[in-house]
Ligand binder design. Sequence first.
Ligand SMILES: *Cc1c(COP(=O)(O)O)cnc(C)c1O
Length: 376
Amino acid sequence: MTSPRLEIDLAVITANAKVLTSQLHRHGISVTGVTKATLGSPEIARAMIAGGVTQLADSRVENLMALKESGIRVPLTLLRSPTPKQVPAALACATTLVITDPDVVMAIDQAAGMRGPVANVILMAEFGDLREGLMPDDLIAIATRIRRLAHVRLAGIAINLACFSGVIPNHAVMDKFLHLVNDVERIMRYPLRTISGGNSASLTWAQTEPTPHRVNDLRLGESLLLGVDPLTRQPIAGLGTDAFTLVATVIESAMKPTHSWGSTAQGSFGITAHDSTHTQSTSVRTVVNVGVQDIDPADITAPQGMRIMGASSDHLVLETPHRLTAGTEIRFGVGYGSLLRSMTSPFVAERLRLPYTAPSRLEGAGSRQAAIGQSG
Ligand SMILES: *Cc1c(COP(=O)(O)O)cnc(C)c1O
C-alpha cells in the first residue's frame, strides 16, 4: 500500500449527510453539498447524495466538470464567480452560477444568449466578512438590471460569512440579509427559488433561530466532511469526525538534542519550528514523508503522545516517545486545511472505504482517533 495516503471512509460522510439533511429538513432547509475540499471527488459527492444531499456545489469549474463527467445528475452550482472568459465553460457544467460583479453578469447574458437557454444566477451579498459579495445597494442595482436581461434569470440570493474575517452568522446579520431578500423580491416581482443562508458556519443559526424565515438552502462542506463547526472547530454532536485519515511513513527516527544549535534565521516558510517542551537535553525526533505541500502542520492531529514540531515542503517532524523503525506508518487526523492539501497533492494517494461495508466502523465515529498503524 502506498504512502502517504488519505484513507476515506465514505460511510461516515453518508452518515453525516443523513444527520444534517434530516435536522435541517425540519427547518425547511435543504443541503447543497460542497465538494471543493475534495477536488470535486465524484465518490465523495455520491456519498453525500446517498445521505440526502440534493444538490452539489464547488468553487472551481474543473471540479464541476469532473462531477458532471462522472455521470452525477443532481443540480450543480458554481460557488465562485467565473472570469468573463470562463463563462461558457461554467455554463456548460453548472446549473446555477453564484455571481458578485456586474461585468460578469453581462458576460453571462452574452454567452447564455449564444447557447440558447436562460442562465440561472444567484447573487452573493456582502454582509461584513469581506471576501466576496455585493454591497446590498449594488446588489439591488444589479437585480434591477437583470430584470431587463433576456438570458439571465435571478434564481436566488446568498450570504457567505466566516470564510475570511470570521464574521459570525447571528440573528442580527441574518435578519438584515432576509430584509434584503424581501427588497429584491419586490423588485423582481416573483419569489426567488433559492435563499441560501451560508456555509457550515450557519448551522448553529439555522438550528436555533426562533423566528420563521425564508432561508431554504445551506451550502455545507466542512461539517459534512469533517463533522466540525468551522466557527469553533469543535465536533458537531451526532457527526463523525474521522472520515479522513492521513497515513504517512517514518523515514528517520533518532535521539537528538531538544534545541537547534548554530546561529538561526528564518526557516523555509518564514517561521521557526516549535521548541521542544522536554526538560531533558535530548528527545526522539521522527520524520515522516509528508510536508507543507501535502498537509498544513498546524491543522493535523498526531497520535496521542506524539507532538508535531513543524514541517518544510516535504518533511514533517514529530517528537515521539520512543524511536520508531523506518517504514512504520503513522495515522493522523486532518482538519480542513490539511484535507484540502492532501486531496490536491499529487503525492498523496487516496484509498476509499466504500459505504455500507463495515457498519461497526461508525460506532467509534466522533473521536478522531489517530493511532500508530501497521508497519508496511
Ligand atoms: C467553501 C464554500 C462553502 C462551504 O463552506 P464550509 O465551511 O466548508 O461549509 C459555502 N459557500 C461558499 C461560497 C464557499 O466558498
